[in-house]
Design a protein around this ligand. Structure first.
Ligand code: T3D
Length: 262
């Protein structure tokens, strides 16, 4: 049977590929469950130090699969809140809480919750041909998957409202210019660049990456005082760790640090 999310191990990088290309990788319940299981594996395996998430075929993810039965014309009303609580909300929380970096390579259209899941990546690269689409309004819904939280934080309220209220596609290069994503790259360069980035992250100090990720995320809700305290505590822990000693020794010896001992 075809796997709806494939898992490839490339040294210390886990490559997760949404794999329903004929449906532009629209999300089904099975797909979300598979993605969550793979992310748990990444979290639990100390040999895996970074994840790379992408889509098979010409799309990244077209959002919820609208044929899955969540919308049943003439049928009983569907509790979409319950659907979010059991599927997309835990996935969004899991991506943010993963103590390892997630590189997202947006290879084509990212629509609906597919766009907002991409934005939970820590470094988001997109092919220049890709576009981001808050498609929800077109079917009478509001953005979900954390979109109303991340969009205004990343690009400001004016642009977030424009995207969500109008439901117009945002080309990858514009997304990068607005600060929605890290970079837009030529289509042919997307996967080589995303893989190189993921491997580069995998070679960094894992405790430092985990601390950086959680500290920057905490800043969204913390006061400056709380954030200064958090930095103090985090730096205290990192400063007592082996990687700091190795990093400083490597600098002084004019060599690359080896953060992957053992
Ligand atoms: O239910 C809940 O849990 C609530 C949560 C909802 C979260 C959401 O994500 S709501 C938003 C859902 N997504 C959308 O509304 C987007 C729907 N798709 C589109 O608007 C377009 O497909 C795209 C703009 C993304 C891409 O357009 P285009 O022209 O490049 O491709 P296409 O021809 O429309 O799509 C290709 C095929 O994928 C096509 O199938 P076919 O005709 O070849 O048999 C199309 O029906 C299918 N497809 C695309 N998106 C979905 C889909 N099938 C099921 N669900 C989809 N979301």
């Amino acid at each position: 049977m075809t796997e709806v999310v494939t898992f490839e191990r490339d040294d210390a990088v886990a490559i997760l590929t949404l794999n329903r290309p004929d449906r532009l990788n629209a999300c089904t319940t099975d797909m979300i469950a598979a993605l969550r299981a793979h992310l748990r594996r990444v979290a639990e395996d100390p040999g895996l130090r970074a994840a790379l998430l992408t889509g098979a075929g010409r799309g990244f993810c077209a959002g919820q699969d609208l044929t899955e039965g969540a919308v049943a014309p003439g049928g009983d009303p569907v509790d979409l809140g319950a659907a979010l609580e059991s599927r997309f909300n835990p996935l969004a929380r899991q991506m943010r809480a993963l103590p390892k970096p997630i590189v997202v390579a947006v290879n084509g259209v990212a629509a609906g919750v597919g766009a907002n899941l991409a934005l939970h990546g820590d470094i988001v690269l997109a092919a220049k041909s890709a576009r981001f689409l808050q498609a929800f309004v077109k079917i009478g819904l509001m953005p979900d998957g954390g979109g109303t939280w991340s969009l205004p934080r990343l690009i400001g309220e004016a642009r977030a409202k424009g995207l969500a209220l109008l439901g117009e596609p945002l080309p990858a290069e514009q997304a990068a210019a607005w600060g929605l994503i890290w970079r837009a790259v030529d289509d042919a360069d997307l996967m080589p660049e995303a893989r190189a980035l993921a491997h580069r992250l995998a070679g960094q100090s894992a405790p430092a990456l985990a601390a950086i990720k959680s500290a920057i995320q905490a800043a969204a809700t913390n006061s400056l005082d709380a954030q200064l305290d958090l930095e103090r505590d985090g730096q205290r822990a990192l400063g007592a760790g082996e990687d700091f000693a190795e990093g400083v020794a490597a600098f002084l010896q004019k060599r690359a640090p080896n953060f992957r001992r053992g």
